[in-house]
Ligand binder design. Structure first.
Ligand code: PMV
Length: 332
């Protein structure tokens, strides 16, 4: 590159929580009230190119080739964390691209901030471990902590007030148990209540908040054991339980947070009917109307066909489990 420019590019993928994160114990540091367990996807990705330019004052950011407004303050705040570490004050040029619809409720902020931290740290020559990158990604967007790693990942609640131990770690590699995920898109409208506001409202008004916190440790150990034993039925049961419990908690906020539409609910029934027929599949739903069906590889075509058949399903995406954030050739 041009003289003095500091440059790198990285890719990261979205992750889907099986044991959900909902609630912050420190909003400024993005520290969670509960630990969580997720799977990192393979074929959906964010690729981000970061270039720190001496003499440039402001950050210049594009997403999918267009000027980015909505997330520019969060992106600059994230770059500031990296610049502070490196003792650099240059503005950056950031070009980021997603190969999946940003409004699809697929946690583009998780893959986006994981890729940004990974590329930014490398561009600035910061020799950060993946755990340190996970801590930085967490501060930019909570669930991004998990997308630094591939396969099955646990993000710890942590004990320290500064959050340096609220970090993700890999539990099992993607290849060790290669599950598949079908994502039923039931709406492309932008989210009505984002996760930060939804978590704040839930903590302040839902009568179930303390029960949510008290029961999480048991769910985490059940899921950990199911993953290490590759016990699909056990993972299905605890994952649907965690999903429905998170939504029950949010539904009981005031005003209630109702993230589902009719097609989301119909998809849940279809997935349960399939499992009753012996098809190895379970569902999970995040803070939006899309349904994610997780299955054994042998069931993926049947699961996709069943979801496509549900009225109100606009599209069905499909992915395996993939690796964590990594370096790519420049240019996205
Ligand atoms: O970190 P955020 O703001 O993307 O919040 C994630 C919240 C859920 O997707 C609903 C649950 C989770 O653990 O990913």
């Amino acid at each position: 590159g041009a003289s003095g420019e500091l440059h790198a590019a990285s890719q990261a993928q979205p992750n889907i929580a099986l044991i959900k994160y909902w609630g912050k114990r420190d909003a400024a540091l993005n520290l969670p009230v509960v630990g969580s367990i997720s799977i990192t996807l393979e074929s959906l990705w964010t690729r981000t190119d970061v270039r720190f330019v001496p003499g440039q004052k402001q950050d210049r950011i594009t997403l999918n080739g267009r000027g980015e407004e909505a997330e520019s303050r969060r992106i600059t705040a994230c770059l500031d964390l990296l610049r502070q570490r490196a003792g650099v004050d240059y503005g950056a040029r950031v070009a980021s691209r997603n190969n999946f619809p940003t409004a699809a409720g697929l946690a583009s902020s998780a893959s986006g901030f994981a890729a940004l931290v990974h590329a930014g740290a490398q561009a600035l020559g910061l020799a950060l471990s993946l755990a340190e990158q996970s801590v930085l990604a967490r501060r930019c967007s909570g669930s991004a902590a998990r997308s630094i790693f591939g396969g099955y990942v646990e993000w710890a609640h942590g004990q320290l007030a500064d959050g340096t131990d609220s970090v993700a770690r890999p539990l099992l590699g993607a290849d060790a148990w290669p599950l598949r995920v079908a994502v039923a898109i039931t709406s492309t409208a932008a989210k009505q209540v984002g996760s930060t506001e939804g978590m704040r409202r839930t903590a302040q008004t839902s009568p179930y908040q303390s029960a949510w916190i008290d029961t999480q440790e048991a769910d985490l150990s059940r899921a950990r054991e199911a993953i290490l034993a590759r016990d699909f039925e056990a993972l299905a049961q605890v994952s649907e339980y965690s999903c429905l419990k998170m939504h029950a908690l949010a539904l009981a906020a005031q005003p209630g947070l109702l993230y589902w539409n009719g097609a989301t609910v119909e998809c849940m029934h279809r997935v349960r009917a399939l499992r009753q027929q012996g098809v190895p599949v379970f569902f999970t739903v995040d803070a939006g109307p899309q349904l994610k069906a997780v299955c054994l590889p042998s069931a993926i075509e049947q699961v996709k066909a069943a979801l496509r058949d549900v009225p109100g399903v606009l599209d069905v995406l499909d992915s395996g489990l993939g690796e964590g954030a990594r370096n790519i050739a420049a240019g996205v």
